[in-house]
Design a protein around this ligand. Structure first.
Ligand code: AHG
Ligand code: MN
Ligand code: MN
Length: 339
């Protein structure tokens, strides 16, 4: 008999909760509710070609991006799974400009859920992996039903973070600060089963760099030099290969399991890059650091950034610590020499 055990995500969450002295049970319930929403979204993703769920709804979101039907579906599922539980004081979503209040008819709780309901929207219609990203913060203000202060907290204060990747299988990966754990959905029983316990980012092996090289000419010289260096490789960094899926969750999940670096730098036109701090970069940075990796904006640790806007963007360098440090070196050389 192998020594593996069958552990569902609900059991794992309860066990994790016990490691937190101030745990109230609400924390576990929020994570369990997220897993429920993930199952519903996964079912819809897997049938996307069969039901009227593909394509655009015709309007643009707060980011100015065309909203796909699955974006709306995922947003609605997460909202309806979370709005009545009494655990949240408010929510923040990529798809909604302002703070999402908990309806007055429901009790408000002590946590804030920040999420990207459907990441990688451009890949929905071509059957490429997409995902959901979430971050959990504790309410810090006196406002019973939450306030901007509760939403604009640095990533270092996150209680939990995770993502769901809807790929060849559906996986949910999360951390509560006690390591990173991955669960694979068994659709035949509707359970997320522990499949990747204590994930650690490999440091030296055949690793991947992941960036949209189409933007090379727009990057600052330090970033261009770093990519040129990765292409040459050397004995310390091992050989590298390039992979870019265009879904942050899928590109990050590969980086987490295989090592390497994912980058979305800023450029002349968009100095802060494209990815959002609160519900994309911060949660993945928490996971990366918990798995022994690192995440910066090229200069600062992502988790130290003090947010000043719900949808503010940040450049992102995330993955194996040695490579993230190397990217930071090139940015620092640029600052010191100006070229
Ligand atoms: P979203 O679909 O939530 O807007 O996120 C899309 C993001 C991210 O998933 C991915 O890394 C990035 O867009 C790809 O951007 P480019 O097409 O500019 O490379
Ligand atoms: Mn996204
Ligand atoms: Mn999205």
């Amino acid at each position: 008999m192998t020594d593996t055990h069958i552990v569902t995500i609900d059991r794992h969450i309860i066990d994790e909760e016990r490691k937190h002295a101030d745990a109230s049970g609400a924390f576990s319930n929020v994570l369990t509710d997220i897993a429920l929403a993930a199952k519903v979204i996964s079912r819809q993703v897997n049938m996307a070609g069969l039901v009227d769920i593909l394509g655009r709804v015709g309007h643009r979101n707060v980011q100015g991006e065309p909203v796909q039907k699955l974006d709306v579906f995922a947003q609605d599922v997460i909202y309806r799974a979370m709005d009545h539980t009494g655990h949240l004081c408010c929510m923040v979503s990529e798809e909604v400009e302002d703070i999402i209040p908990i309806p007055e008819k429901f009790p408000a709780g002590d946590y804030v859920l920040l999420f990207d309901p459907l990441d990688g929207s451009s890949n929905i219609d071509v059957n490429v992996s997409i995902g959901t990203i979430f971050s959990l913060q504790r309410k810090v203000s006196a406002a019973e039903r939450g306030s901007l202060e509760d939403c604009l907290q640095p990533g270092a204060r996150q209680l939990a973070a995770g993502y769901v990747v809807y790929g060849s299988s559906t996986m949910l990966v999360y951390t509560t600060g006690q390591g990173v754990h991955g669960f694979t959905l068994d659709p035949s029983i509707g359970e997320f089963i522990l499949s990747h316990e204590n994930i650690r980012i490999p440091e030296a092996s055949t690793r991947y760099y992941s960036v949209n090289e189409a933007y090379y000419s727009r990057w600052e010289p330090g970033m261009q030099r770093f990519l040129d260096e990765l292409k040459v490789g050397d004995e310390t960094r091992g050989s590298m290969s390039s992979r870019y899926i265009g879904s942050l969750v899928a590109d990050f999940h590969r980086t987490l399991l295989r090592g390497g670096i994912f980058m979305y730098p800023g450029d002349e036109a968009t100095p802060d890059g494209k990815l959002r701090l609160l519900y994309e970069s911060s949660p993945l940075a928490f996971i990366a650091e918990q798995a022994g990796g690192a995440a910066t904006d090229g200069r600062r640790r992502i988790l130290d950034i003090e947010p000043d806007g719900l949808h503010q963007r940040t450049p992102l360098f995330i993955g194996s610590s040695d490579l993230v440090a190397r990217a930071q070196h090139h940015h620092e050389v640029l600052e010191e020499t100006g070229s």
